[in-house]
Design a protein around this ligand. Structure first.
Ligand code: TXA
Ligand code: MG
Length: 327
C-alpha cells in the first residue's frame, strides 16, 4: 500500500529524489490531487498511463514553477503572458505550441503541450527545487471521480504507487480551466474549470465562445481527453435542471440519494445530501467529488443531482455532473 507522507523538508527531499529516478508520486494541487512524474523522462511518464489505465491518446498537463520556466518547453505569446500575469500561479492551463524538450508521450504526439503553474503551497515547495517540470494528470483511475484528499488516491491507486504527498483537502475541488492559446488572436475554452470564464474574459478584454454542453465534437479533436463519460461514479446519476421540491424529498425512496446544491428547509432523511448551506458555487465545487465518492460507496441504486446555475463556477460543476451522468 502507498505511504501517505506529510510535507516535511525531509519527505520533500526524498520525493524529489524519487521523481528524479523516474518514479511516480501522487501530489496535492489546489484543484485535485495529481499523479506526477518527471515530464522530461518518457519512461517515467509511461508509468502514469499504466497506473491510471489511461489511453495513450490522452495528453498530460505539465506543471511548472513559474512563467519563466515555460520558455524551455513551449512557445509563449501575448495571450499567455496576460493570463499568466493575471492568474498564475493558479487553476488555469494553457495549450501552446510545444518545443522538442517535451517527449511525445506527454502530448500524445500532438505538436502542442498543456502547461500550468499550481498555487498549492506544498506543490510549490516541491517544484521550486525540482530541475524538471512535472507531468501530472488527476490521480484517479481513468474516467473515475478525481481525488480531492490523499485518502481518495490511496483508495484507488494505493496498490500501484509508493508515495502520496498529503497536502490536505484541495481548495477548488474541480480541475483547472484549460484554454487553447495556440492562436493568441483566437483563444478558445477547452475545459471549464476552477477559474471562471468570466474572469478570463475580463483579463483578455473580450468575450469567448462558450462550448455547448456535451458538444464533444470540437473538444475531442483538440483536447482528446474530453470524453462525454468521465468523472463518473459507478452508481447511476440522474441530473435535474430544476431544484428538487421538498415534497419529493419528504416522500423519497431511501435507496435513492438526493444530491442538492443547498441545504433543504425541512427534509432531513439520511438519503438527502447537500453541497452547501446557501448555494455558494465555491463550496459546491470544492465538495462535489468527495460527496460523489461517498454516495458511490454507500450503495444507493441511483443518485439524483441538481444542476448549478450556468455561470461562473457553475459551468465547471455542470460539465462534471453531465459527464458523470453520461451512460
Ligand atoms: O487541475 C488540473 O488540471 C489537474 C491537476 C492535477 O493539475 N490535472 C488534470 O489533468 O486535470 P487531466 O489529465 O486529468 O486532464 C488533462 C486534460 C486532458 O484530458 C486533455 O484533454 C487536455 O488536458 N490536454 C492536455 N494536453 C493537451 C494538448 N496538447 N492539447 C489539448 N488538450 C490537452
Ligand atoms: Mg482527469
Amino acid at each position: 500500500m502507498a505511504k501517505i507522507l506529510k510535507p516535511t523538508e525531509e519527505n520533500l527531499r526524498d520525493i524529489r529524489k524519487f521523481l528524479r529516478l523516474g518514479e511516480l508520486v501522487a501530489i496535492p494541487t489546489e484543484t485535485v490531487y495529481g499523479l506526477a512524474a518527471n515530464a522530461l523522462d518518457a519512461d517515467a511518464c509511461a508509468k502514469i498511463f499504466a497506473a491510471k489505465q489511461r489511453p495513450n491518446n490522452d495528453p498530460l498537463i505539465c506543471h511548472v514553477a513559474s512563467y519563466e520556466a515555460l520558455e524551455r518547453f513551449c512557445e509563449t505569446n501575448d495571450a499567455s503572458k496576460i493570463l499568466a500575469d493575471a492568474f498564475w500561479p493558479g487553476p488555469l492551463t494553457f495549450v501552446l505550441p510545444k518545443k522538442s524538450s517535451i517527449p511525445d508521450i506527454v502530448t500524445a504526439g500532438l505538436d502542442s503541450v498543456a502547461v500550468r503553474s499550481p498555487s498549492h503551497p506544498v506543490f510549490r515547495q516541491l517544484i521550486e527545487d525540482c530541475d524538471f517540470p512535472l507531468a501530472a494528470p488527476s490521480a484517479n483511475p481513468f474516467a473515475y471521480i478525481s481525488p480531492t484528499l490523499a485518502r481518495h488516491v490511496q483508495a484507488n491507486l494505493g496498490d500501484r504507487i509508493e508515495y502520496i504527498l498529503d497536502g490536505g483537502p484541495c481548495e477548488h475541488g474541480v480541475e483547472s480551466t484549460i484554454m487553447d492559446l495556440r492562436d493568441p488572436a483566437n483563444p478558445k475554452i477547452l475545459r471549464y474549470g476552477a477559474l471562471p470564464i468570466e474572469k478570463i474574459e475580463n483579463a483578455l478584454k473580450r468575450r469567448l465562445i462558450r462550448p455547448e454542453p456535451n458538444s464533444n465534437q470540437t473538444a475531442i479533436s483538440i483536447a482528446p481527453g474530453s470524453l462525454p463519460k468521465h468523472y463518473s461514479p459507478r452508481t447511476l446519476l440522474e441530473l435535474r435542471s430544476n431544484a428538487v421540491r421538498e415534497s419529493e424529498l419528504t416522500e423519497s425512496d431511501q435507496s435513492i440519494a438526493y444530491l442538492l446544491l443547498r441545504k433543504p428547509l425541512h427534509a432531513r432523511a439520511n438519503n438527502i445530501h447537500w453541497l452547501s448551506e446557501n448555494g455558494e458555487l465555491k463550496a459546491i465545487a470544492s465538495r462535489l467529488y468527495a460527496k460523489l465518492r461517498e454516495l458511490d460507496e454507500t450503495g444507493y441504486k441511483k443518485i439524483i443531482a441538481e444542476e448549478a446555475p450556468e455561470l461562473g463556477l457553475g459551468l465547471a460543476i455542470n460539465d462534471r455532473l453531465r459527464r458523470a451522468s453520461f451512460r
